[in-house]
Design a binder for this molecule. Sequence first.
Ligand code: NAP
Length: 409
Amino acid sequence: MASFHLCHCKAGLQSQNLAPLTSNPTNHTALISNLLPHKPNSIKFNKLELKSTPTRRAHHIFNTLPKSPENSSSTVHEPPLKIGIVGFGNFGQFIAKALRRQGHTVLATSRSDYSEYCQQHGIEFFQDINGFCTEQPDVIVVCSSILSTESVLRGIPLQKLKSDTIFADVLSVKQFPRNLFLEVLPPEFGIVCTHPMFGPESGKNSWAGLPFVYDKVRIAENSIQDRKCAQFLSIFEEEGCRMVEMSCEEHDRHAAGSQFITHTIGRILSHLDLESTPINTKGYETLLQLTENTVSDSFDLYYGLFMYNVNATEQIENLDRAFETVKQKLFGRLHDILRKQIVERVPMQGVVPSKATREVGHTPYFLPNSERMTDLASFAMPPPPQPQQSKDEAVSTPKEARVAASRVA
Ligand code: NAP
């Protein structure tokens, strides 16, 4: 998704990086080791990760299977998976490309009709969910919007599916689909909650090094379901993703503080109608890119990040407080100057009081009259000279006054 995705995009992980990665297992291992976080306990890598041969093919090799006489070399070739995508919008289509690239059979179903697109991309499309389920996919990947997922899931005729079907999701929030799946799906169905931390924009060139979060919520150990789940996860590993095993709770905590904040800033900036200028700084370019990436995602997605992550409200409040703090720092400085002049009657250094001022005995200060309080700059300006005063009698020039104000501060 755009939020996180921006920085990965910016990291310059372009498609050319994929070539050495996929052709050389040593490089692959080295790259993944380099990407390991400082706290190894917080992120565990799938056992498969450093062992599998990083070449793309339909028949995957697994080193993690229990050894048996037939499997004494500890490697087994698995037939391609039959993967059904539910919700074939922006992200469903994006992910389907990788599944197809790796030789898996892909089926799709969605509210809208994508039969033409599917025909062109070697995907079987089912307008009717019953027909889709009758095909009995090994893995069903729920790619619907966060907001519609509950009604979509409840609309699936589960009795038509195999009893060891694995349900995966790609929702950008994780506790909600985990709890929903546990509530709705029969106990023998497998559940793996995932979040590819990238989207059609940030992952358009390559997925190399991009984080893929997963939580094997309910997978029967040492079973075919276990193997199929490993095979499904290996698809992302094969694409070069950084596999991050993490609980759904932990994901939502991290995502609210990073992804949701990023989306929120992007959405705020989009209301400023920022434009490119001939003198863009690197920082400004980053903001423009962030805005573009954020608004290319649907508002439903953003709203889902807010509504379906229990940590999001706190982050909105933090953001609000942080903005207030920054404003106070700016305005507070001016207030200090004014207070010194108004309350403590501290004369402005370097400003020669006018004759009139000397006569009345007033200390000159910069508080503009109410009509002139239009912007911050007006606070730093001395009152303009009166028409009857000669130039010499004026309190000071605006420039002198500003210099004086900064000395007071
Ligand atoms: P989205 O707006 O979140 O979801 C669009 C999908 O939801 C489409 O397949 C759409 O079906 C379906 N949908 C929406 N309302 C529906 C309803 N009332 N009933 C049935 N289906 C409905 O956009 P998205 O970018 O494609 O995201 C899909 C999922 O991927 C989301 O859960 C999102 O959190 C996750 N994700 C997205 C990104 C990203 O960068 N975009 C990254 C990681 C994860 P139709 O197209 O048939 O109308």
